[in-house]
Design a protein around this ligand. Structure first.
Ligand code: FAD
Length: 302
């Protein structure tokens, strides 16, 4: 069957795009592997009207709402390839089945590359975190840490004291310059140069950071900047232009989320430098309505 649009990724961005197209009664297929980026967190915070909800519950409710529209089809599998065909795009599924559509929305999200420090991975999303707006209030006034991973980590170290007294762990890395040290001192940040051996405590709880010299620095949560990568190579396969984001590459789009490849749109974390479920959802709304208007107003090639 030929759809008007195929949406690759059925999470905050993809479901929001699907809703716009569903409400215009357009045949849409959402292809999804069910691995939203925040699946490691027990609760999600800051989303309009849904603060404190478990991510799977939020997404299940959103999907049910979209599925109520009869023009929407869900396929729970991986989209492995996408390429241009006569009048649009063909998407190959893991089963080998090929789906066709006039427009594509890429909403396949990011993977987080975590530093290979023992104890980090099993605490990701609970006490090892990337965003204090998402997961900061829960640790209010408790001792906190920031791991130096990228140059922007110094900004994170200066921000986190808003939630609790902060230690900036250099993990044996380079000491910040005098100006940055002064900025951190003004925020009462303690700089800890010693290499880290492991995170300690009964995971996912965190008791503290064990250092190479044997000391344990007690903290309740550690913030770090993950290195991000796309969950799927499909944007590169299609020739979508990328730009450097602070954590990894993002797909370049115009204000209505169209990429440089005609008829291909990108929404959510893969298409913006700042990552947040609300922003991903807003991106999906933009992409879905832009796709719809293109379907209405663009001439159909015969
Ligand atoms: C630990 C953690 C906690 C977070 N907590 C919060 C929070 O509290 N509040 C907040 O606002 N934000 C939070 N975020 C950020 C939030 O998770 C993201 O901004 C949001 O999930 C982005 O939505 P998205 O739709 O762009 O991508 P995702 O939610 O990552 O969804 C991408 C979807 O595409 C699917 N997919 C990928 N590849 C394919 C493929 N080839 N074929 C088919 N399907 C595919 C995936 O399975 C997934 O369902 C958190 C992030 C992390 C890492």
């Amino acid at each position: 069957m030929r759809h008007d649009a195929i949406i690759i990724g059925g999470s905050f961005a993809g479901l929001s795009a699907a809703m716009q197209l569903a409400r215009a009664n357009r045949p849409v297929c959402v292809v999804d592997t069910g691995k939203p980026r925040n699946r490691f967190a027990a609760t999600s915070h800051g989303f309009f009207g849904q603060d404190g909800m478990p991510p799977p519950k939020m997404l299940a409710q959103a999907r049910d709402k979209v599925a109520a529209y009869t023009s929407v089809r869900f396929v729970d599998t991986e989209a492995t390839e996408a390429d241009a065909d006569d009048d649009g795009y063909a998407v190959t599924l893991a089963s080998g089945e090929r789906l066709r559509a006039r427009k594509l929305v890429l909403a396949f999200g990011l993977n987080d590359g975590l530093p290979a420090i023992p104890g980090v991975a099993e605490r990701w999303g609970e006490t090892v975190l990337h965003c204090p707006y998402c997961h900061g209030y829960e640790f209010l006034n408790r001792p906190l840490g920031v791991l130096s991973v990228i140059p922007l980590s110094t900004h994170q170290a200066a921000l986190i004291p808003e939630w609790g007294p902060t230690t900036f762990f250099l993990n044996g890395g380079e000491m910040p310059d005098a100006e940055t040290r002064a900025r951190l001192a003004a925020r009462n940040v303690t700089i800890e140069p010693e290499p880290i051996v492991r995170l300690e405590g009964e995971a996912p709880k965190l008791a503290g950071i064990r250092l190479a010299d044997g000391r344990l620095v007690e903290i309740a949560a550690l913030y770090l900047a993950p290195r991000t990568s796309f969950q799927s190579p499909i944007a590169e396969q299609l020739g979508c232009a990328l730009v450097d984001g602070p954590l990894g590459p993002v797909i370049r789009t115009d204000a209505m989320k169209m990429t440089n490849v005609a008829g291909v749109y990108a929404a959510g974390d893969i298409a913006r430098p700042m990552h947040n479920a609300t922003l991903a959802s807003a991106d999906g709304v933009l992409a879905g309505s832009a796709v719809h208007q293109a379907l209405v107003f663009e001439p159909v090639r015969r």
